[in-house]
Structures are given as C-alpha cells and as structure tokens.
Write a protein that binds this ligand. Structure first.
Ligand code: AMP
Ligand code: MG
Length: 419
C-alpha cells in the first residue's frame, strides 16, 4: 500500500497549520496511515474484538434441514380440508421421524425438529384438539406455514462476515453456528505512550507544591484497553530533551504507534518540534477546535506518532476525535463504524464562538415525559476531568455555529459503548 509523503502533504498550501479544521486533519491522518498485515489464528473464544483477516464463508446451509418453527403437528398441505388427521409418530429436535407420512396422517412435532418426509406444513399446538390418535385443527394454517427452510439463515458459500470485521459477541456465536472453531485475525496493534511534564508525579509519591498526579497515562491506558491493543506504558518523562529523546526512540522501536501527552502547546512546541524534526517527520497543528487545539501527528522511525495536548479533557477529546479511528484503521478494521451523530434538543443555552468546532461534554437524559434531551455538563474547562466522567456524550458544535439557545437542536455523539 502506498502512502503519501508527510512533507508533501504538510507543504500543501490549502492547509493552514495554525487553523486546521477537524475534518481536514482527520483526512490528512487517514491518507498517511498504514494497516497491519501480520495475522494470527485464535480459538474462537479468544477472538472477541479482534479483526478478521479474511471473509468467513458458510461451509453449509444454516439451518441444514427444513425444520419446525413451532410445537405442533406436521402434515401435508393437501390435507388442510380433512376433518381429522391420524397421529402416526413424533419428531423431536435432534430425533427425526424416519418414516414417510401418508395422506390423512400427521406427526406430533417439536420446535427445531426436521420436517418429516411427506409433510410441508405445521399447525401450532394451540390451534388443535386431539382425541386418542386423532388431531383436529381449530384454525387451519396456510400451506407451508411454520416451517423454517434449509439455508434460510445462511446459504452454503455465502459470505457470513467480511474481512476487516471487528468481532462482536453475535459474530462469535454466528461463527460457532457454522461449526468453525478457529479464526484468523490481524495481530494486535502495539501502542506505546508516555506523559511529559516537570510537574507530573506518579501515584504513590507525595506531591510537592505545584505538582500534580499524572492522570493522562491512566486515561490513555483505559481508552486503549477498550480497543484490544497491546499497551506499552513508558511512564512519566520530565521536560528534559535528552530523556524525551531517549524515551521517544525506545517507544518508536517497540511499538506501531507512539502517543505522548503534554508539551505540544505554544512555548513548549518549539522545543518538541526540534526534537521531532530531528527524530522523524511530524507536523504540528493548531486544530480549529475546543478543547484539544494543539496536536502533533507524524512518524518517528517506523512508528506513527500522535502528540496530544496535556490537559486531561483535551487528551480524551483528541483521542476520540482523531486517534481512535486511526488505530482502528491500522488494526485492519475496514468498515469503520462511523459514530452515529444524533440530533437532540438541547435544554440549556451554550455560549460558543463561530470559527472552531467545539466538543462540549454533554449529558443525555430523559425528560419528565420520557423524551431524551441533552444538556452540557456544568463545567467545560479543558482541565476538568470530572466533566468527562459526568458526560455520556459530546455535543458537537460545528465551526459555523455560534451561540446555542435552549430548545435548539444540536448534534450529539454518544459515548456509551465506546468509552
Ligand atoms: P501542556 O500541554 O504540557 O502545556 O499541559 C497543559 C496542562 O495539562 C498543564 O496544566 C499540565 O499540568 C496538564 N497536564 C499535562 N500532562 C498531564 C498529565 N499527564 N496528567 C494531568 N495533567 C497533565
Ligand atoms: Mg507540559
């Protein structure tokens, strides 16, 4: 697969690195990414969340026989007018009736049992009356009723799940229903990350004045864990050029992707820029968004690099808006599930300047009438991690949008199931 050269793209003059629109940054990153090719074969139960390397084809028809959808009596549709049918045997799921059913006869049949030879219709038990070996229908079904046909679910040779599919619980069951016990998936993506900042202290050590605990590594670790990724936590690194260089090189040699947080904002940017220019090809953007304005992206050695801002909320927002999709793409997922964007009525005013995309932390909630609405969390500061904890969605306010009045409709990205 050919990828564009980073320097070519960064030199294109329709990109302004000081005001990069969100969608343009996403496209830029996508054009430059490469996919994993290495695979491994796993027992089915270990394949949840992993990505299929090839199509799964159905080796047979599912179900492989016509069978009954009901508990009842199987008979031939020629006999729908008969006053009574003689019960000549029973068919259980897994224990078929061997004989051939004749005109004027029927078979007691259970759900899932093979439709006996000589029958084509099932009358449900609730629509019958029996006396000794005679069955009378109180309601006559249509010809062919209550029969599940061979191949109705899947036909032999049909693509059941396509290459690039991220396996969900239903998929694992579906593959098992075909009698397939192993699947070939792409190997796990390896992602290394570290936090940068002189003020950061790891948990377990006392805080001196002006110091804070490093939370970004914990957030990143958790967000990556959700994606079935092999994680390399490289710790906290002080704002020291030599230490940073060494850690960046180590990380890029061990991982497919390196993520850092902090040190890409104005002031520190020049310093990180020098380092990254020396070690790789990296572009620095001020994304036209809030939060998450500074973002660096590129390559260090063979590893893809994301330099996220330091603010805890910005880390999460930039991860969800840029990194998550990029990682899924690299992991081999072909049908990227575009996150649904819902239109919801917002019940509070929101102040917003046009010219940048805002990702407000929002709360989706049912109002008194049970209708779902959205409101922003109380504090939207990019350092207020609690706002992410309270939120179950992002309220996405596009560049062109200004102030939002209570009662207007806004775009909402649901986070449940993702975060
Ligand atoms: P920076 O992008 O390095 O200028 O950091 C922006 C803000 O985020 C500063 O207030 C930092 O103290 C804070 N910050 C940076 N890294 C972390 C981290 N790993 N955990 C918590 N806060 C951080
Ligand atoms: Mg810093």
């Amino acid at each position: 697969m050919t990828t564009k050269n980073l320097s070519d793209i960064s030199c294109q003059d329709d990109y302004d690195p000081n005001s990069m629109p969100v969608t343009q940054a996403r496209h830029f990153i996508r054009d430059y990414l490469t996919r994993l090719t290495a695979t491994e074969t796993l027992p089915l139960k270990q394949a949840l969340g992993r990505i299929l390397e090839g199509d799964i084809l159905s080796p047979s028809n599912v179900p492989n026989h016509n069978n009954s959808a009901m508990d009842g009596y199987a008979f031939h549709s020629h006999d729908t007018a008969a006053t009574a049918l003689r019960i000549v045997g029973t068919a259980f799921a897994g224990k078929p009736f061997d004989g051939v059913v004749q005109a004027g006869e029927c078979i007691r049949i259970m759900t899932g049992a093979v439709i006996p030879a000589g029958t084509d219709t099932v009358v449900m038990q609730e629509h019958t009356q029996t006396l000794n070996d005679q069955m009378v229908m109180t309601e006559v079904p249509k010809a062919g009723a209550n029969v599940r046909h061979a191949g109705e679910d899947l036909q032999q040779g049909q693509i059941v799940l396509p290459q690039g599919r991220s396996l969900r619980p239903s998929d694992i069951g579906l593959i098992a229903s075909l009698g397939i016990g192993e699947v070939t998936v792409y190997r796990k993506l390896r992602v290394a990350f570290f936090s940068t900042g002189d003020e950061l202290v790891s948990i377990g050590q006392p805080l001196e004045e002006g110091e804070i605990y490093d939370s970004n590594r914990y957030t990143l670790h958790s967000m990556l864990s959700r994606l079935n990724i092999e994680i390399l936590d490289m710790g906290v690194v002080a704002d020291d050029p030599q230490l940073l260089e060494q850690t960046l090189l180590d990380a890029s040699q061990q991982a497919d992707v390196v993520i850092t947080s902090g040190g890409v904002s104005v002031g520190e940017a020049d310093f990180m820029k020098l380092l990254l220019e020396k070690l790789g090809q990296v572009v620095f953007w001020k994304i036209a968004m809030k939060p998450g304005r500074p973002l660096a992206y590129g390559k260090v050695g063979n590893a893809h690099y994301f330099g996220l801002p330091g603010n805890p909320v910005s880390v999460m927002v930039t991860f969800y808006q840029f990194v998550r999709d990029a990682l899924l793409y690299m992991m081999g997922q072909t049908h990227l599930q575009v996150q649904p964007l819902l239109q919801m009525v917002c019940t509070e005013d929101i102040r917003k300047l046009p010219g940048r995309t805002e990702f407000q932390r929002g709360i989706l909630y049912p109002d008194r009438n049970g209708i779902w609405r959205v409101r922003p969390t109380s504090n939207q500061g990019s350092g207020i991690l609690r706002s992410m904890s309270e939120a179950n969605c992002f309220i996405v306010l596009d560049e062109a949008v200004g102030n939002v009045q209570a009662g207007s409709t806004v775009n909402v990205q649901v986070l449940e199931g993702i975060i």
